[in-house]
Design a protein. Structure first.
Length: 483
């Protein structure tokens, strides 16, 4: 399989927060991999910016170490690494002061794409936008990339949108949700809208229910204090799970273009019914041999923040009326697994004997690990003994199907950063989408806060609290196994 790499235009990419964790683990390794695949023109340049006073050489050394840690050895040929590091420059810049800004202005070039990655705490986004404007650095066609979290509620998201829009137009703002950059998530659209097979069945008449799971095996560990201010609802549901729900439930856009896709996603969020208290289960993991309890990790013995949430949602429109969407996400669960699972209804009438069994088709879209798509279909169990039905998978693992080893499936950040350079906003969230998601989230959080609900404790390494299993049991359904 020959990969088709489309080169991008020459660019200046400034990474604010160039000395931070995200830059080290994700952004710089992603850029390096794109460089290896020949996607970076020779005039492309990456400038790290942060308060730390250091030379460009020092920063290159640090980036080299990051590549050693986060890029597979097979892709780290010394000449290639050296050629990549030559593209890097560094400037000490303070988002809250005047230091470094004039130098940054002087280093920007005309005639190349200009992109500024805000990989810093959200409280600095406004300062960066203002300084880029004040020092005349950002051109009218410059792009800014904004990391999550985009606000902590509707009011703060609105305020952030307002601040950014003082200096940048919506077409310049790229709000990242890295789930949208995953190969499988885009494949969800390819499967739905590139085949005639699924779309006629993609509605309440044929779909019994949908499950969206993002399970993590790790706890909140070192970021417990930060996490305790947020919880699974704000950290995962409002953004990542909501985006997956939107792509699953949306109407076909007229074209695969930014606003056409984002208009349809927005309609899904606006069609969500308020969630009933009995359709929400929150949990906190207990202490185990895997580590301390959530409350110990959060250093807050009285914490009521959830490290797990499961909920049942209804999309109130013609397509989905009567088909529940079950969402769940949590920390310290049985394994790391993210998937969207479409459970189709059973055939309306069975022509086989009662003991043949009955089966429903299940389509699962795996985001991690091992990105791929699996459709379970019913066949006859081979051999004598009459007609007995079993279900077997038609499985497409991308790594296998594309003849690549797992490491060659591009990382979400690789695609998203290149989309920024290309000026393609399809896989980025629009301001009104983010606000609509918060407008849906806020009353849910207010509701459990007012009621004084406490999260249920759950065993580390489990599938969450018992009560979450009951959420489906009472509807006569079962969650898919996590691992
Ligand atoms: P981090 O490790 O704390 O890094 C913060 C960066 O900001 C550092 O490079 C720091 O460098 C710089 N910085 C701090 N104050 C500054 C100032 N006044 N002016 C200029 N630079 C300043 O944070 P991170 O984990 O990389 O996260 C960055 C952003 O990505 C955050 O919005 C976070 O929520 C988001 N995010 C991170 C992850 C992740 O896995 N890490 C995942 C999703 C989203 P100096 O100290 O040298 O100034």
């Amino acid at each position: 399989m020959v990969s088709r790499v489309i080169p991008v235009e020459p660019f200046d990419l400034v990474i604010f927060g160039g000395t931070g964790d995200l830059a080290r683990r994700k952004i710089l390794p992603a850029l390096y991999r794109r460089f290896c695949d020949g996607q970076m023109p020779s005039e492309a340049r990456i400038i790290g910016a942060a308060r730390t006073q250091q030379s460009a050489g020092d920063w290159r050394g640090w980036v080299g170490e990051a590549l050693e840690e986060f890029v597979a050895a097979a892709r780290r040929e010394p000449q290639t690494v050296a050629a990549f590091l030559e593209r890097l420059d560094y400037l000490a810049v303070d988002a809250k002061g005047d230091g470094g800004w004039q130098e940054l202005c002087d280093r920007m070039r005309e005639g190349v794409v200009q992109a500024f990655y805000f990989s810093v705490a959200p409280s600095l986004f406004g300062d960066l936008a203002e300084r880029l404007h004040q020092f005349g650095i950002a051109r009218a066609d410059a792009r800014i990339v904004v990391e999550k979290p985009f606000g902590t509620d509707l009011a703060s998201a609105r305020a952030l949108n307002r601040t950014l829009s003082e200096y940048f137009s919506e077409t310049q703002i790229y709000r990242i949700d890295h789930y949208l950059g995953k190969e499988t998530v885009q494949n969800l659209m390819a499967v739905r809208f590139g085949n005639v097979l699924f779309e006629p069945l993609w509605n309440t008449q044929y779909v019994d229910h949908v499950q969206i799971t993002v399970a993590e095996s790790v706890g909140v560990g070192g970021r417990g204090a930060y996490y305790d201010q947020s919880g699974a609802m704000r950290d995962m549901v409002q953004n990542h799970l909501m985006q997956l729900l939107c792509l699953t439930a949306m109407e076909p856009p007229s074209r695969f273009e930014p606003d056409a896709v984002r208009d349809e996603k927005l309609k899904v969020i606006r069609a969500l019914d308020p969630v009933l208290p009995e359709d929400i289960v929150r949990g906190q993991y207990k202490a185990s041999d895997k580590g301390p309890s959530y409350r110990e990790d959060a250093e807050n013995e009285a914490s009521r923040t959830e490290s797990f949430i499961a909920m049942k949602l209804h999309v109130a429109n013609w397509r989905w009326n009567g088909t529940p969407f079950y969402l769940r996400t949590g920390k310290r669960l049985k394994s790391r697994k993210s998937e969207i699972v479409i459970h189709f209804k059973e055939p309306p009438h069975s022509i086989f004997d009662e003991d043949a069994g009955s089966r429903a088709n299940v389509l699962s879209i795996r985001l991690q690990p091992d990105e791929g798509i699996d459709l379970r279909v019913t066949i006859k169990e081979p051999g004598p003994g009459g007609m007995r039905l079993i279900d077997v998978p038609l499985d497409m693992s991308f790594a296998e199907a594309l003849g690549a080893d797992g490491a060659d499936v591009p990382d979400a950040y690789e695609r998203l950063i290149m989309d920024v350079i290309r000026g393609n906003q399809t896989l980025f969230m629009r301001g009104d989408e983010v606000e609509a998601a918060w407008a849906w989230t806020d009353p849910i959080i207010e509701g459990w806060t007012k009621r004084g609900d406490r999260p249920f404790p759950y065993d580390a390494g489990s599938a969450g609290p018992e009560e979450a299993l009951m959420l489906l049991h009472k509807d006569g359904r079962r969650w898919r196994e996590i691992g």
